[in-house]
Design a protein. Structure first.
Length: 287
């Protein structure tokens, strides 16, 4: 009898804890997303993972485990599972050139004929991101096309980290803004810092969109997505290349969001798969 009462209390207690945990989880995971998203729950999962990493990184920093940006980068590398799934078509080698770390993907069935190669410079705004985080893309491109892919670890030095935390899209010259241009959110620019970095930010080697003469550049494939603060720059750059007579293939994905290209395998967004297949078809024809 005593035992039954005890287990009844415990059962209620467990149910209560489960209920509270579920409510808290739902509250943490649920974020409103625009209605046109095809796979809102997958997106919420990705967003929650990113947010959790940022929270853990900030917590880590307050516990004295190091800089939060570097901690976040390490955590992203871990969740991207760059060693999985293995692929029997290719080999992968981490090495370096002039002290810059690179990863080379090459087909196993490589003959003596020279193969085309793609040099891949990853995204991540010079802060988050790296070779491992983009493995999903580089591995697939090498494996499916049977070509070499060289993925370069873009350096994350303190200076570029600072530059990028203050970049204001409104600082682009007016002539590159369409009439209905709206910036996505107000940004307070630190004028002192802006004065220090503007020579680099407005240097066309660093920002090719600002280059006056784009004639003679190689054919370009430009992919932009609707839900991305970088969409406008992609479209504008494609237009400028076209005006300069450079053959451009501009693809625009209505259901895409920032960073979706390297999520075609895990968790496998539909839009990411379509974008990957389109790119592979273009590369197979043009390399
Ligand atoms: C391996 O290469 C073949 C073409 O040689 C391709 O059809 C297949 O999709 C590749 N496998 C993977 C996992 O990419
Ligand atoms: C603005 O930037 C300068 C130079 O990096 C820095 O010393 C200063 O603390 C910044 N001010 C604010 C309000 O962040
Ligand atoms: C832009 O940057 C490149 C590479 O660092 C440099 O060679 C060039 O002189 C710079 N141009 C200007 C106008 O500062």
């Amino acid at each position: 009898m005593v035992y039954t009462m005890f287990s009844e209390t415990r059962r209620r207690y467990t149910t209560f804890i489960l209920l509270i945990t579920s409510i808290l989880t739902a509250w943490y995971v649920y974020v409103p997303v625009p209605e046109e998203f095809e796979e809102p729950w997958k997106l919420r999962l990705v967003e929650t993972t990113g947010r959790t990493i940022r929270h853990l990184a900030v917590l880590g920093e307050s516990l004295g485990m190091g800089d939060s940006v570097k901690l976040a980068r390490r955590l992203f590398d871990i969740v991207m599972l760059d060693y999985l799934p293995s692929d029997s078509n290719i080999t992968m080698k981490d090495t370096s050139v002039s002290d810059v770390p690179i990863r080379i993907y090459a087909p196993i069935a490589m003959g003596t004929e020279p193969l085309p190669a793609i040099v891949f410079l990853h995204g991540g705004g010079w802060t988050i991101g790296g070779v491992k985080m983009h493995h999903d893309i580089t591995k697939t491109v090498s494996s499916r096309l049977g070509i070499i892919v060289i993925s370069v670890e873009v350096p994350h030095d303190e200076e570029t980290e600072i530059y990028l935390s203050y970049v204001d899209p409104d600082s682009l010259p007016d002539k590159f803004k369409p009439d209905d241009y709206k910036r996505h959110q107000p940004v307070t620019v630190n004028q002192t810092l802006w004065n220090e970095v503007k020579d680099v930010m407005l240097n066309s080697t660093f920002s090719p969109l600002l280059k006056h003469d784009l004639k003679g550049l190689p054919n370009a494939y430009i992919m932009t997505v609707k839900f991305d603060v970088l969409r406008d720059e992609g479209v504008l750059y494609a237009q400028r290349l076209e005006n300069a007579g450079v053959p451009v293939d501009l693809r625009y994905y209505e259901h895409g969001f920032h960073g979706c290209f390297n999520l075609h395998e895990i968790p496998g967004f539909h839009v990411s798969k379509v974008a990957m297949e389109d790119f592979l078809a273009y590369a197979a024809e043009n390399l």
